[in-house]
Design a protein around this ligand. Structure first.
Ligand SMILES: *[C@@H]1O[C@H](CO)[C@@H](O)[C@H](O)[C@H]1NC(C)=O
Ligand SMILES: *[C@@H]1O[C@H](CO)[C@@H](O)[C@H](O)[C@H]1NC(C)=O
Ligand SMILES: *[C@@H]1O[C@H](CO)[C@@H](O)[C@H](O)[C@H]1NC(C)=O
Ligand SMILES: *[C@@H]1O[C@H](CO)[C@@H](O)[C@H](O)[C@H]1NC(C)=O
Ligand SMILES: *[C@@H]1O[C@H](CO)[C@@H](O)[C@H](O)[C@H]1NC(C)=O
Length: 290
Protein backbone atom coordinates (compact mmCIF):
# COMPACT_ATOMS: atom_id res chain seq x y z
CA UNK A 1 0.00 0.00 0.00
CA UNK A 2 1.48 3.43 -1.01
CA UNK A 3 2.03 6.07 1.63
CA UNK A 4 0.51 9.39 0.48
CA UNK A 5 2.32 11.39 3.17
CA UNK A 6 5.59 10.94 1.24
CA UNK A 7 4.31 13.13 -1.57
CA UNK A 8 3.72 16.13 0.70
CA UNK A 9 7.43 16.91 1.07
CA UNK A 10 9.69 17.99 -1.81
CA UNK A 11 12.85 15.95 -2.13
CA UNK A 12 15.57 17.17 0.23
CA UNK A 13 18.00 17.66 -2.68
CA UNK A 14 15.69 20.31 -4.28
CA UNK A 15 15.45 22.24 -1.00
CA UNK A 16 19.24 22.26 -0.64
CA UNK A 17 19.80 23.47 -4.22
CA UNK A 18 17.22 26.27 -3.93
CA UNK A 19 18.72 27.43 -0.64
CA UNK A 20 22.22 27.42 -2.14
CA UNK A 21 21.12 29.48 -5.16
CA UNK A 22 19.34 32.03 -2.92
CA UNK A 23 22.43 32.34 -0.73
CA UNK A 24 24.69 32.90 -3.74
CA UNK A 25 22.55 35.75 -5.18
CA UNK A 26 24.18 39.12 -4.43
CA UNK A 27 22.20 41.33 -2.05
CA UNK A 28 20.61 44.15 -4.11
CA UNK A 29 21.85 47.07 -2.05
CA UNK A 30 24.49 48.31 -4.47
CA UNK A 31 24.38 51.84 -5.80
CA UNK A 32 22.19 52.50 -8.78
CA UNK A 33 23.47 55.33 -11.02
CA UNK A 34 20.02 55.98 -12.45
CA UNK A 35 18.32 56.35 -9.08
CA UNK A 36 21.16 58.61 -7.96
CA UNK A 37 20.66 61.00 -10.90
CA UNK A 38 16.93 60.92 -10.27
CA UNK A 39 17.11 61.64 -6.54
CA UNK A 40 19.76 64.33 -6.68
CA UNK A 41 17.91 66.26 -9.40
CA UNK A 42 14.70 65.91 -7.41
CA UNK A 43 16.36 67.31 -4.31
CA UNK A 44 17.79 70.23 -6.28
CA UNK A 45 14.51 71.08 -7.98
CA UNK A 46 12.22 70.71 -4.97
CA UNK A 47 14.68 71.73 -2.22
CA UNK A 48 14.12 68.60 -0.14
CA UNK A 49 15.93 69.64 3.00
CA UNK A 50 15.41 66.32 4.79
CA UNK A 51 17.21 64.35 2.16
CA UNK A 52 20.89 63.68 2.86
CA UNK A 53 22.99 63.65 -0.29
CA UNK A 54 25.16 60.82 1.01
CA UNK A 55 22.18 58.48 0.69
CA UNK A 56 21.56 59.19 -3.01
CA UNK A 57 24.16 56.75 -4.28
CA UNK A 58 22.51 53.95 -2.30
CA UNK A 59 19.05 55.07 -1.18
CA UNK A 60 17.89 51.52 -0.70
CA UNK A 61 19.22 48.67 1.38
CA UNK A 62 17.08 45.96 -0.07
CA UNK A 63 13.63 46.88 1.15
CA UNK A 64 14.84 49.51 3.62
CA UNK A 65 14.81 53.11 2.40
CA UNK A 66 17.13 55.74 3.80
CA UNK A 67 15.12 58.71 2.58
CA UNK A 68 11.73 60.06 3.67
CA UNK A 69 9.04 59.40 1.13
CA UNK A 70 10.81 56.61 -0.73
CA UNK A 71 9.80 52.98 -0.81
CA UNK A 72 12.33 50.45 -2.03
CA UNK A 73 12.02 47.12 -3.72
CA UNK A 74 14.97 45.00 -4.76
CA UNK A 75 17.35 47.85 -3.99
CA UNK A 76 15.64 50.23 -6.38
CA UNK A 77 13.33 53.18 -5.77
CA UNK A 78 9.88 51.81 -6.31
CA UNK A 79 7.60 54.45 -4.82
CA UNK A 80 8.04 58.18 -4.37
CA UNK A 81 5.45 59.65 -2.06
CA UNK A 82 5.83 63.28 -1.00
CA UNK A 83 2.31 64.71 -0.69
CA UNK A 84 1.40 67.82 1.27
CA UNK A 85 4.90 69.05 2.12
CA UNK A 86 4.62 72.58 0.64
CA UNK A 87 7.24 71.63 -1.93
CA UNK A 88 7.80 74.18 -4.68
CA UNK A 89 9.78 74.17 -7.89
CA UNK A 90 9.44 72.18 -11.09
CA UNK A 91 9.35 68.43 -11.62
CA UNK A 92 12.79 67.62 -13.09
CA UNK A 93 12.88 65.59 -16.33
CA UNK A 94 15.64 63.52 -14.68
CA UNK A 95 12.96 61.98 -12.47
CA UNK A 96 12.64 59.59 -15.39
CA UNK A 97 15.95 58.04 -14.31
CA UNK A 98 14.14 56.31 -11.43
CA UNK A 99 13.34 53.63 -13.98
CA UNK A 100 11.78 51.19 -11.53
CA UNK A 101 9.28 53.72 -10.23
CA UNK A 102 5.76 52.36 -10.01
CA UNK A 103 4.11 55.10 -8.00
CA UNK A 104 4.73 58.84 -8.08
CA UNK A 105 2.76 61.00 -5.65
CA UNK A 106 3.74 64.67 -5.44
CA UNK A 107 0.19 65.84 -4.76
CA UNK A 108 -0.89 68.81 -2.64
CA UNK A 109 2.29 70.83 -2.94
CA UNK A 110 3.09 74.06 -4.80
CA UNK A 111 4.84 72.56 -7.80
CA UNK A 112 4.94 74.75 -10.89
CA UNK A 113 6.09 74.41 -14.47
CA UNK A 114 5.16 71.69 -16.91
CA UNK A 115 4.77 67.94 -16.53
CA UNK A 116 7.96 66.64 -18.18
CA UNK A 117 7.15 64.43 -21.18
CA UNK A 118 10.21 62.41 -20.11
CA UNK A 119 8.05 60.82 -17.39
CA UNK A 120 6.86 58.57 -20.20
CA UNK A 121 10.19 56.72 -19.82
CA UNK A 122 8.87 55.36 -16.52
CA UNK A 123 7.56 52.23 -18.16
CA UNK A 124 6.51 50.60 -14.88
CA UNK A 125 4.52 53.57 -13.66
CA UNK A 126 1.10 52.57 -12.36
CA UNK A 127 0.17 55.57 -10.21
CA UNK A 128 0.70 59.22 -11.15
CA UNK A 129 -0.73 61.68 -8.65
CA UNK A 130 0.29 65.29 -9.26
CA UNK A 131 -3.02 66.74 -8.10
CA UNK A 132 -3.42 70.03 -6.20
CA UNK A 133 -0.33 71.85 -7.40
CA UNK A 134 0.23 74.80 -9.74
CA UNK A 135 1.39 72.88 -12.79
CA UNK A 136 0.97 74.57 -16.18
CA UNK A 137 1.32 73.57 -19.81
CA UNK A 138 -0.15 70.57 -21.59
CA UNK A 139 -0.80 67.01 -20.45
CA UNK A 140 2.01 65.17 -22.29
CA UNK A 141 0.54 62.76 -24.82
CA UNK A 142 3.71 60.68 -24.35
CA UNK A 143 2.25 59.42 -21.05
CA UNK A 144 0.24 56.99 -23.17
CA UNK A 145 3.38 54.84 -23.45
CA UNK A 146 3.22 54.06 -19.72
CA UNK A 147 1.07 51.02 -20.39
CA UNK A 148 0.63 50.04 -16.72
CA UNK A 149 -0.92 53.33 -15.64
CA UNK A 150 -3.84 52.66 -13.33
CA UNK A 151 -4.23 56.09 -11.82
CA UNK A 152 -3.78 59.50 -13.41
CA UNK A 153 -4.78 62.22 -10.97
CA UNK A 154 -3.96 65.73 -12.21
CA UNK A 155 -6.90 67.58 -10.72
CA UNK A 156 -6.50 71.06 -9.30
CA UNK A 157 -3.69 72.45 -11.44
CA UNK A 158 -3.53 75.03 -14.25
CA UNK A 159 -2.95 72.61 -17.10
CA UNK A 160 -4.06 73.84 -20.50
CA UNK A 161 -4.60 72.54 -24.01
CA UNK A 162 -6.53 69.43 -25.00
CA UNK A 163 -6.69 66.06 -23.25
CA UNK A 164 -4.55 63.81 -25.50
CA UNK A 165 -6.71 61.22 -27.26
CA UNK A 166 -3.94 58.67 -26.79
CA UNK A 167 -4.64 58.48 -23.04
CA UNK A 168 -7.87 56.72 -23.91
CA UNK A 169 -5.77 53.78 -25.07
CA UNK A 170 -4.50 53.10 -21.53
CA UNK A 171 -6.62 50.01 -20.89
CA UNK A 172 -5.66 49.65 -17.21
CA UNK A 173 -6.78 53.13 -16.18
CA UNK A 174 -9.23 52.87 -13.32
CA UNK A 175 -8.94 56.45 -12.07
CA UNK A 176 -8.61 59.46 -14.32
CA UNK A 177 -9.09 62.93 -12.87
CA UNK A 178 -8.22 66.13 -14.71
CA UNK A 179 -10.93 68.25 -13.10
CA UNK A 180 -10.32 71.90 -12.18
CA UNK A 181 -7.67 72.84 -14.70
CA UNK A 182 -7.75 75.06 -17.80
CA UNK A 183 -8.13 72.31 -20.34
CA UNK A 184 -9.99 72.86 -23.58
CA UNK A 185 -11.40 70.92 -26.50
CA UNK A 186 -13.44 67.74 -26.69
CA UNK A 187 -13.36 64.98 -24.07
CA UNK A 188 -11.63 62.04 -25.83
CA UNK A 189 -14.28 59.51 -26.76
CA UNK A 190 -12.18 56.61 -25.42
CA UNK A 191 -12.03 58.23 -21.96
CA UNK A 192 -15.74 58.97 -21.88
CA UNK A 193 -16.88 55.61 -23.15
CA UNK A 194 -15.41 52.17 -23.11
CA UNK A 195 -16.19 50.12 -26.18
CA UNK A 196 -17.29 46.79 -24.78
CA UNK A 197 -16.29 44.81 -27.83
CA UNK A 198 -16.45 41.16 -26.90
CA UNK A 199 -15.09 38.67 -29.40
CA UNK A 200 -16.96 35.39 -29.40
CA UNK A 201 -14.71 32.82 -27.68
CA UNK A 202 -13.66 29.59 -29.39
CA UNK A 203 -16.38 29.93 -32.00
CA UNK A 204 -14.62 33.04 -33.33
CA UNK A 205 -16.12 35.55 -35.71
CA UNK A 206 -19.00 36.66 -33.51
CA UNK A 207 -18.34 40.16 -32.18
CA UNK A 208 -20.70 42.00 -29.88
CA UNK A 209 -19.96 45.72 -29.89
CA UNK A 210 -21.36 48.39 -27.61
CA UNK A 211 -20.27 51.27 -25.42
CA UNK A 212 -20.43 51.74 -21.68
CA UNK A 213 -19.58 54.88 -19.76
CA UNK A 214 -15.95 54.95 -18.61
CA UNK A 215 -15.15 58.11 -16.62
CA UNK A 216 -18.00 60.36 -15.55
CA UNK A 217 -18.35 64.12 -15.55
CA UNK A 218 -16.57 64.54 -12.20
CA UNK A 219 -13.29 63.53 -13.92
CA UNK A 220 -13.55 66.48 -16.29
CA UNK A 221 -15.46 69.15 -14.33
CA UNK A 222 -14.12 72.63 -13.73
CA UNK A 223 -12.49 73.13 -17.13
CA UNK A 224 -14.65 75.75 -18.75
CA UNK A 225 -13.56 75.03 -22.32
CA UNK A 226 -13.87 71.24 -22.23
CA UNK A 227 -16.95 69.85 -23.93
CA UNK A 228 -18.61 66.70 -25.14
CA UNK A 229 -19.96 63.62 -23.36
CA UNK A 230 -20.00 63.20 -20.37
CA UNK A 231 -19.92 67.01 -20.21
CA UNK A 232 -22.37 69.24 -22.05
CA UNK A 233 -22.04 69.34 -25.84
CA UNK A 234 -19.99 72.13 -27.35
CA UNK A 235 -21.47 75.20 -25.76
CA UNK A 236 -20.59 76.83 -29.02
CA UNK A 237 -17.46 78.59 -27.95
CA UNK A 238 -16.74 79.12 -31.65
CA UNK A 239 -20.40 79.91 -32.30
CA UNK A 240 -20.65 82.42 -29.49
CA UNK A 241 -17.59 84.22 -30.87
CA UNK A 242 -19.38 84.40 -34.22
CA UNK A 243 -22.51 85.57 -32.47
CA UNK A 244 -20.63 88.23 -30.57
CA UNK A 245 -18.94 89.41 -33.76
CA UNK A 246 -22.31 89.35 -35.49
CA UNK A 247 -24.00 91.33 -32.75
CA UNK A 248 -21.10 93.76 -32.73
CA UNK A 249 -21.13 94.26 -36.48
CA UNK A 250 -24.92 94.40 -36.56
CA UNK A 251 -25.24 96.98 -33.81
CA UNK A 252 -22.36 98.96 -35.28
CA UNK A 253 -24.06 99.02 -38.65
CA UNK A 254 -27.41 99.86 -37.10
CA UNK A 255 -26.02 102.79 -35.10
CA UNK A 256 -24.22 103.97 -38.23
CA UNK A 257 -27.47 103.90 -40.23
CA UNK A 258 -29.39 105.55 -37.37
CA UNK A 259 -26.87 108.35 -36.86
CA UNK A 260 -26.59 108.84 -40.62
CA UNK A 261 -30.34 109.24 -41.00
CA UNK A 262 -30.43 111.41 -37.88
CA UNK A 263 -27.81 113.67 -39.45
CA UNK A 264 -29.80 113.72 -42.71
CA UNK A 265 -33.00 114.65 -40.91
CA UNK A 266 -31.19 117.27 -38.85
CA UNK A 267 -29.53 118.70 -41.99
CA UNK A 268 -32.85 118.78 -43.78
CA UNK A 269 -34.59 120.50 -40.88
CA UNK A 270 -31.78 123.05 -40.48
CA UNK A 271 -32.02 123.59 -44.25
CA UNK A 272 -35.67 124.42 -43.83
CA UNK A 273 -35.23 126.71 -40.83
CA UNK A 274 -32.38 128.43 -42.71
CA UNK A 275 -34.62 129.23 -45.64
CA UNK A 276 -36.03 132.68 -46.01
CA UNK A 277 -39.07 133.36 -43.74
CA UNK A 278 -41.02 134.49 -46.79
CA UNK A 279 -40.88 131.07 -48.37
CA UNK A 280 -42.08 129.31 -45.23
CA UNK A 281 -45.58 128.94 -46.56
CA UNK A 282 -44.38 127.25 -49.72
CA UNK A 283 -42.42 124.70 -47.78
CA UNK A 284 -45.26 123.86 -45.44
CA UNK A 285 -47.21 123.12 -48.57
CA UNK A 286 -44.52 120.88 -49.91
CA UNK A 287 -44.15 119.00 -46.59
CA UNK A 288 -47.08 116.59 -46.96
CA UNK A 289 -45.54 115.33 -50.17
CA UNK A 290 -42.95 113.54 -48.09
C1 LIG B 1 11.23 66.35 7.37
O1 LIG B 1 11.25 65.56 8.55
C2 LIG B 1 10.32 65.95 9.52
C3 LIG B 1 10.54 65.11 10.74
O2 LIG B 1 10.80 63.78 10.40
C4 LIG B 1 8.92 65.79 8.97
O3 LIG B 1 7.96 66.20 9.89
C5 LIG B 1 8.79 66.62 7.69
O4 LIG B 1 7.52 66.39 7.12
C6 LIG B 1 9.87 66.24 6.73
N1 LIG B 1 9.82 67.14 5.58
C7 LIG B 1 10.01 66.71 4.35
C8 LIG B 1 9.98 67.76 3.30
O5 LIG B 1 10.16 65.54 4.07
C1 LIG C 1 18.38 61.02 -16.89
O1 LIG C 1 17.26 61.61 -17.49
C2 LIG C 1 17.55 62.55 -18.47
C3 LIG C 1 16.23 63.16 -18.92
O2 LIG C 1 15.30 62.18 -19.23
C4 LIG C 1 18.31 61.89 -19.61
O3 LIG C 1 18.61 62.86 -20.60
C5 LIG C 1 19.56 61.26 -19.07
O4 LIG C 1 20.20 60.56 -20.09
C6 LIG C 1 19.27 60.34 -17.92
N1 LIG C 1 20.50 59.92 -17.28
C7 LIG C 1 20.87 58.68 -17.23
C8 LIG C 1 22.11 58.38 -16.47
O5 LIG C 1 20.23 57.81 -17.81
C1 LIG D 1 -4.00 62.01 -4.96
O1 LIG D 1 -3.58 62.74 -3.85
C2 LIG D 1 -4.61 63.46 -3.22
C3 LIG D 1 -4.04 64.37 -2.15
O2 LIG D 1 -2.83 63.96 -1.66
C4 LIG D 1 -5.61 62.47 -2.66
O3 LIG D 1 -6.66 63.15 -2.01
C5 LIG D 1 -6.17 61.68 -3.83
O4 LIG D 1 -7.06 60.71 -3.36
C6 LIG D 1 -5.07 61.00 -4.60
N1 LIG D 1 -5.62 60.44 -5.80
C7 LIG D 1 -5.81 59.14 -5.96
C8 LIG D 1 -6.46 58.72 -7.20
O5 LIG D 1 -5.49 58.32 -5.11
C1 LIG E 1 -21.17 57.29 -24.82
O1 LIG E 1 -22.16 56.51 -24.20
C2 LIG E 1 -23.34 57.20 -23.87
C3 LIG E 1 -24.27 56.26 -23.17
O2 LIG E 1 -23.57 55.40 -22.33
C4 LIG E 1 -23.96 57.80 -25.10
O3 LIG E 1 -25.06 58.59 -24.73
C5 LIG E 1 -22.95 58.68 -25.82
O4 LIG E 1 -23.49 59.13 -27.04
C6 LIG E 1 -21.70 57.91 -26.09
N1 LIG E 1 -20.75 58.84 -26.65
C7 LIG E 1 -20.00 58.52 -27.67
C8 LIG E 1 -19.12 59.61 -28.19
O5 LIG E 1 -20.03 57.42 -28.18
C1 LIG F 1 -18.30 59.35 -10.81
O1 LIG F 1 -17.63 58.11 -10.61
C2 LIG F 1 -17.04 57.98 -9.32
C3 LIG F 1 -16.34 56.66 -9.26
O2 LIG F 1 -15.52 56.49 -10.36
C4 LIG F 1 -18.12 58.07 -8.25
O3 LIG F 1 -17.52 58.01 -6.98
C5 LIG F 1 -18.86 59.38 -8.39
O4 LIG F 1 -19.94 59.41 -7.48
C6 LIG F 1 -19.41 59.53 -9.79
N1 LIG F 1 -19.97 60.87 -9.93
C7 LIG F 1 -21.07 61.13 -10.62
C8 LIG F 1 -21.49 62.56 -10.70
O5 LIG F 1 -21.72 60.24 -11.15
Amino acid sequence: MPQPSQHHHPPLAVVVVVAAVLALLPPRSSADPYDEVCLSSLQQSLSLRNWTKSSFSAPCDGLISKLDGITCNNGRVYKLSLPGLSLSGAIPPELSNCTNLQSLDLSSNSLSGAIPPELSKLLNLAVLNLSANALTGPIPRELASCAYLNVIDLHGNQLSGPIPDELGLLVRLSTFDVSYNRLSGPVPVLLANRSSTAAGGAGGGAVAAGTTARFNASSFAGNKDLYGYPLAPMRGHGLSVLTIVGIGLGSGLLSLVLSFSAVCIWLRSTDRTATAPGEEGKISHVMPAY
